[in-house]
Write a protein that binds this ligand. Structure first.
Ligand SMILES: Nc1ncnc2c1ncn2[C@@H]1O[C@H](COP(=O)(O)OP(=O)(O)OP(=O)(O)O)[C@@H](O)[C@H]1O
Ligand SMILES: [Mg+2]
Length: 233
């Protein structure tokens, strides 16, 4: 059974059809590239998958279970298995440590790794993973754009999600920082975490993603192995 199944999903906002007839599956542990030009609907699709918005028609199955139209408790259960890094991440007015551990505290999962690691050890590990060791006590609102992006990724990784939704995680980074994020994602490949990576960058898809879904004007034009996909633009 696929981890995520999107069936005939459409989203309209007012008279505008933002997404139409999206069918897509994500397998456990895979990295799926979601590529499309600006305005094609990538962010809208990720937000629907992350259960932040409701589709106009169609449905989403997570772990084989329908997630919309269910009691809030079931929605919460699915939401807790996912984490999203937004295109423009927002930091709380607090330290990096508070920001990175926020989701864990919200989820009450102090002992997410079986109780052996303290929260501060987990923060340390997540910061090391994104190359920002020692940033714990920094004020999160004084970080550069690239650092903010990486802290947002640490905040998601610490949750050990089954599905990680990344909305152009390297778009605002210098080549060096982008490469370090790419390396980190490469290491995620084959782990239990599945990733949907929204990007404009086909090179990044070829490097990181096993499969690529091509979105254009709200429709999926193709889904296939990254080395076999050619872009229609
Ligand atoms: N709340 C909204 N109200 C009206 N239109 C919206 C809304 N949200 C998104 N749109 C429109 O839906 C389309 C898809 O937007 P979306 O942000 O999903 O695209 P995207 O592929 O993520 O683009 P980018 O690569 O620039 O981030 C755009 O034309 C956008 O203007
Ligand atoms: Mg977007």
């Amino acid at each position: 059974m696929a981890l995520l199944e999107v069936r005939s999903l459409s989203k309209s906002i007012g008279p505008a059809k933002i997404l139409e007839g999206i069918d897509l599956t994500v397998e456990r542990g895979e990295i799926l590239g979601l590529i499309g030009p600006t305005g094609s609907g990538k962010t809208t699709l990720l937000r629907l998958i992350n259960l932040l918005d409701e589709p106009s028609t169609g449905c989403i199955l997570f772990d084989g279970r329908m997630v919309f139209g269910k009691p809030e408790k079931e929605l919460l259960c699915a939401r807790r298995k996912m984490a999203m890094v937004f295109q423009k991440p927002v930091m709380f007015k607090a330290s990096v440590e508070t920001n990175v551990s926020y989701g864990l505290r919200m989820r009450g999962r102090v002992d997410a790794t079986g109780g052996e690691m303290s929260m501060s050890d987990m923060v340390e590990e997540a910061l090391a993973a994104v190359g920002l060791s020692g940033y714990e006590s920094r004020d999160a609102n004084t970080l550069s754009g690239g650092e903010t992006q990486r802290i947002a990724l640490a905040r998601a990784l610490i949750l050990q999600p089954e599905l990680l939704l990344l909305d152009e995680p390297t778009a605002n980074l210098d080549p060096g920082s982008a490469a370090s994020i790419d390396n980190l994602l490469q290491r995620l490949a084959g782990s239990r975490t599945a990733v949907i990576l929204a990007t404009h960058n086909m090179q990044q898809c070829r490097k990181l993603a096993g499969r690529v879904a091509v979105l254009q004007a709200g429709r999926l034009m193709a889904v296939g192995k990254s080395e076999e996909i050619t872009l229609p633009w």
